[in-house]
Design a protein around this ligand. Sequence first.
Ligand code: DOR
Ligand code: ZN
Length: 346
Amino acid sequence: MTQSLTIRRPDDWHLHLRDGAMMETVLPETARHFGRAIIMPNLVPPVVTGADAAAYRDRILAALPADMTFEPLMTLYMTEETDPEDVRRAAASGLVKAVKLYPAGATTNSSSGVRDFDRIRGVLEVMAEIGLPLCVHGEVTDAEIDIFDREAVFIDRVLDPIRRKTPGLRVVMEHITTAQAADYVKGGDESLAATITVQHLMLERNDMLVGGMRPHYYCLPILKRRDHRDALVALATSGFERTFLGTDSAPHPTHRKEAECCAAGAFTAPIALSCIAEVFEAQGALDKFEAFVSLNGPAFYGLPVSDETRTLTKGDTVDFPATLDAGDDTVTVFDPGVPLHWHVSA
Ligand code: DOR
Ligand code: ZN
């Protein structure tokens, strides 16, 4: 039985670092393990222009502890006013690696997102021309659509029409949660990929709702029923090349999670790799683990794989703190509710 696994240093293809004191707390938790991460732009106000992204990158690098290496891969937040030429310049300079599309109102800090998808046609055409990926939060926001159906409906009503109208557009379906999304990415061509989070591989909605409601498991897209989780696990552990880890680690102050109206997001960064190793081991698929966390993402984004390594060793139960201090707040670390055994070392 495999007890130790040395792999290329992993990357996180979907990460929320926030800003200020929260960023100072959470950044080392990612940089300890991951070499690079696609940094989500949903700050308040959002990271819309190339200049915004350059300033945010500088704040991230300033907050990085001196003894750590980490490369933030910056994204722009798509609005209906986004300037295609600004996107072109930001990509050409190497600063920006993707543009993030939030349907307005779909999730945390998405109110500046897109309502009318026809208004971003010019930006999408430029992105297809230059090969810049569009990272998509794939949920419709129509009030009449049940929250558990919003991803599947988005694929039919929004994503598939956009892809048909924009041949060559590279798309990452972010944090997929359903069998429909798994089937759609499998059926796509080399322009289409999907990220999967830690919590959507480990949990189903019963874990969040049965026997009491667990706010730290509430994220968007919301956890689905078990057969969807099983479809995601099957996809991730199959070795399919166009899917990779995007943790969607999304810290909120504990009081915003344990609240009458709970903020969406799970802070998984500290234990993300231990969790994923546990999932792959349970499937007898540790031989596919490196592809999912370290190889498939760089291949899709056209970046080199890391020349560093990380080693995972199986041992006693992994200890991790329940909370971390973040300025005047704390942030609660995601606890999958099962013991973890895979320890990560440099
Ligand atoms: O659960 C989520 N939290 N989903 C998102 O799409 C955004 C994220 C956040 O920013 O907190
Ligand atoms: Zn996210």
